[in-house]
Design a protein around this ligand. Structure first.
Ligand SMILES: Cc1ncc(COP(=O)(O)O)c(C=O)c1O
Length: 392
């Protein structure tokens, strides 16, 4: 009998998510306060759950159109038009996906040939680079700096441009930094993409979780629409992570190919989730606003708390993450996170999990109660004070 042949090189070389490792350790410990999670602590609003239950009661358990329920696509189209003044036809420009996660996967598989490069400003969401690699592409990190509020530097994009560069993948408000990108910079990114024939992949899953200023929907920027694939979904704003409903919008010519991949690999997003999403977009605006207001209060508690402890923390404008620097402690982000977990039972994610520029930082989610945030801050203070005492 011959030895079993090895699995695919790309798959076997994928790094294990830096977030998972800390979750696994934290899950095996007692009394841990987790600031590690990247999902709302709220339960999906009741009327959304009720709509899903009702659809089940009526026996709605079938596949839907590959594109997703037309009623849902119509609502999304109207929502984007009203909110951002961008027009997507419900018939052939909006595809309902199994979360933004599936959307990213099929969009990258649609545009990349093996060896094509994708510019990815970092620190960024942990899935971006693996998804590029799995689609046969090469993720090219573009470093950003905390001192500059993690702004995208066009010169750095230009420096990494090659004949194989095909796209730029961005996501604002950002996971993990919480920053939004000023309009002027986004306009420069669009210009850069126009000059070099690039696609723009814009993951706007945190568009509703904004505490300062207004969200800029990238395809609404002059010159962007024809080259942008927009990703969004219901996970964050409506506290619907488990329902697995997202959507992609883009030029009809690209959408038809994404739809082919989706129809072969996923067929459609789950009907119960789509029914729930339909109810969400129709009626849950008051609850979205309420959740945003609560995140806003927690953000302040957390950011003020870190700065008071001496861990410098910029004020994140969106999402639900604070990204304080631990440089002042002399520990690397990995050491800080690991020792904090074992010594004070607070789980945070080291910034290294999110790529270049995240190194001296930890990501702390404030999608948790004020009481837990305050208790975590007390523990973190004890930890930092002990470090300082030892170093003196
Ligand atoms: C920036 C970003 N994009 C996409 C996702 C995944 O979203 P979904 O639940 O829609 O797959 C996440 C989840 O944490 C995220 O933070």
């Amino acid at each position: 009998m011959s030895a079993l042949k090895p699995i695919a090189t790309i798959a076997s070389q994928l790094p294990v998510s830096g977030i998972r490792r800390f979750f696994d350790i934290a899950a095996s410990m007692q009394d841990v306060i987790s600031l590690g999670v990247g999902e709302p602590d709220f339960v999906t609003p009741w009327q959304i759950r009720e709509a899903a239950i009702y659809s089940l009661e009526r026996g709605q358990t079938s596949y839907t159109s590959n594109w997703g329920l037309i009623e849902l696509r119509r609502e999304i189209s109207a929502y984007l038009e009203k909110r951002y003044d961008v027009s997507y036809s419900p018939e052939d420009q909006i595809l309902i996906t199994v979360g933004v996660s599936e959307g990213l996967d099929i969009a990258l598989r649609t545009i990349l040939d093996p060896g094509d490069e994708v510019l990815v400003p970092e620190p960024c969401y942990v899935s971006y680079k693996p998804c590029v690699a799995l689609a046969g592409g090469i993720p090219v990190a573009i470093e950003t700096d905390a001192s500059d509020n993690f702004a995208i530097d066009i010169e750095r994009l230009e420096a990494k441009l090659t004949s194989r560069t095909k796209a730029i993948l961005i996501g604002y408000p950002s996971n993990p930094t919480g920053v939004t990108m000023p309009l002027a910079i986004l306009q420069n990114v669009v210009r850069f993409a126009e000059e070099n024939g690039l696609y723009i992949l814009s993951d706007e899953i945190y568009d509703r979780l904004i505490y300062e200023g207004e969200h800029t929907c990238v395809p609404s920027i002059a010159g962007a629409y024809e080259r942008t694939i927009l990703f969004n979904g219901f996970s964050k704003a409506y506290a619907m992570t488990g329902w697995r409903i997202g959507y992609i919008c883009g030029p009809a010519s690209i959408m038809s190919t994404m739809m082919k991949i989706h129809s072969y690999t996923m067929l459609c997003a789950p009907i119960t989730g789509q029914k729930a999403a339909l109810e969400a977009i129709k009626s849950a605006e008051p609850q979205v606003l309420d959740m945003v207001s609560q995140y806003g209060q927690r953000r302040k508690v957390m950011v003020d708390g870190f700065n008071a402890i001496g861990l410098k923390c910029h004020l994140p404008q969106g999402a639900f993450y604070a990204f304080p620097s631990v440089a002042a402690t002399g520990l690397s982000a990995e050491e800080f996170a690991e020792r904090l977990l074992f010594e004070q039972r607070v789980a945070v994610v080291p910034g290294t999990a999110f790529g270049a520029g995240g190194g001296a930082h930890i990501r702390c989610s404030y999608a948790t109660s004020v009481e837990k945030i305050e208790l975590a801050l007390t523990r973190i203070k004890t930890f930092v004070d002990q470090l300082t005492a030892v170093s003196i």
